[in-house]
Design a protein around this ligand. Structure first.
Ligand code: AMP
Ligand code: TRP
Length: 327
């Protein structure tokens, strides 16, 4: 059976970039795979977090998985920190990772750039991510474009370990879709849509109210000529909006281009807000029910039990292979 594993950090409110790049794929792919979807809370604490907010956001991310359509019966949904094998195999992967290759990780460079004090865990984070994936013998990992480098490192570490100690880990494949792998900011098509941007109009949150969504799309930057045409070279801002339209309406890009031919941006941006709202409204309703319920905590407790059982098998195999005692 093919196994899917992925996670979204509880480090801020989830924006539609994470939905389009990752969460939407979880829902689509769950039919064909055995799914493990976790909340990487140990990753979130590589930067300072307020304890109360972290707790709330972690539940929020799990509720959003389910509200978006990840079936908690069919899949295993859990918190990373509740399965101690992650931290343990994370350490083991650090012993296999080279300082040089870790130093080349662009996400670390971006996140540490200009800061006086960054945690050493922010630097070793990709080794923990490798452990997350390898523990479940995952065959496929759906992520946005920005995680591709971490996936390549995971594959390298798995092969290195297998070569040294005998076959222990499955080498995973990244699953990165063509449309929506990198959603750009609404204020600037040269930077990724991100919740760390201080300009709140640059991103749409999954839990934004319809009025805010309309306002943000109305303010979104466009390109100089007035045509709704898909061309990343000359029209990056509009191409970004067209991709969002395509994803949220389940229509193809040529159909959208034809609809707005000769119409300018006004009607296009208004309709874009409506297709996004139409998709997010049912998700938000489901979320509101779940976040208040104990059902969510039961799902997570159950998930942690199942995940621990599965993860322990790989952890033990890795420890044995390396010469660590496991009795
Ligand atoms: P994060 O919220 O950083 O944990 O990201 C969660 C997932 O969403 C990862 O797979 C990212 O690659 C993906 N992602 C985050 N931001 C974007 C974006 N702007 N466009 C596409 N995918 C994204
Ligand atoms: N590093 C990912 C991000 O920043 C989150 C993550 C942690 C992850 N472990 C993972 C994603 C394992 C996929 C598989 O978005």
């Amino acid at each position: 059976m093919k196994r899917l594993l992925s996670g979204i950090k509880p480090s801020g409110d989830l924006n539609i970039g994470g939905y389009v790049g990752a969460l939407r794929q979880f829902v689509k792919l769950q039919e064909e795979y055995e799914g493990y979807f976790f909340v990487p809370d140990l990753h979130a604490i590589t930067v300072p977090q307020d304890p109360k907010e972290l707790r709330e956001r972690s539940r929020q991310i799990a509720a959003l998985y389910i509200a978006a359509g990840v079936d908690p019966v069919k899949n295993t949904i859990f918190m990373q920190s509740q399965v101690s094998a992650h931290a343990e195999l994370g350490w083991i992967m650090e012993t296999q990772a080279h300082f040089g290759e870790m130093s080349r990780m662009t996400q670390f460079k971006e996140k540490s750039d200009g800061k006086d004090a960054v945690s050493s865990a922010l630097f070793t984070y990709p080794a923990l991510m490798a452990a997350d994936i390898l523990l479940y013998q995952s065959t496929h990992v759906p992520v946005g474009e920005d995680q591709k480098q971490h996936l390549e490192l995971t594959r390298d570490l798995a092969s290195r370990f297998n070569n040294r100690f005998g076959k222990t880990f499955t080498i995973p494949e990244p699953v990165i879709q063509e449309i929506g792998a990198r959603v750009m900011g609404l204020d600037d098509p040269s930077s990724k849509m991100s919740k760390s941007n201080p300009n709140k109009s640059s991103y749409v949150l999954l839990l934004d109210k319809p009025a805010d969504i309309r306002k943000k799309f109305a303010r979104a930057v466009t390109d100089s000529d007035m045509s709704v045409r898909y061309d990343w070279e000359t029209k990056p801002a509009v191409s970004n909006l067209i991709e969002l339209y395509a994803v949220f309406s389940d229509e193809t890009i040529p159909v959208i281009e034809r609809r707005y031919e000769g119409q300018g941006y006004g009607a296009f941006k208004k309709d874009l807000a409506e297709v996004v709202i139409a998709k997010l409204t049912p998700l938000q309703e489901k979320y509101e029910q779940l976040i208040k319920s104990e059902e969510l905590d039961h799902i997570l407790q159950d998930g942690a039990r199942k995940a621990s059982h599965e993860a322990q098998k790989t952890l033990d195999a890795a420890k044995r292979a390396m010469g660590l005692l496991t009795y």
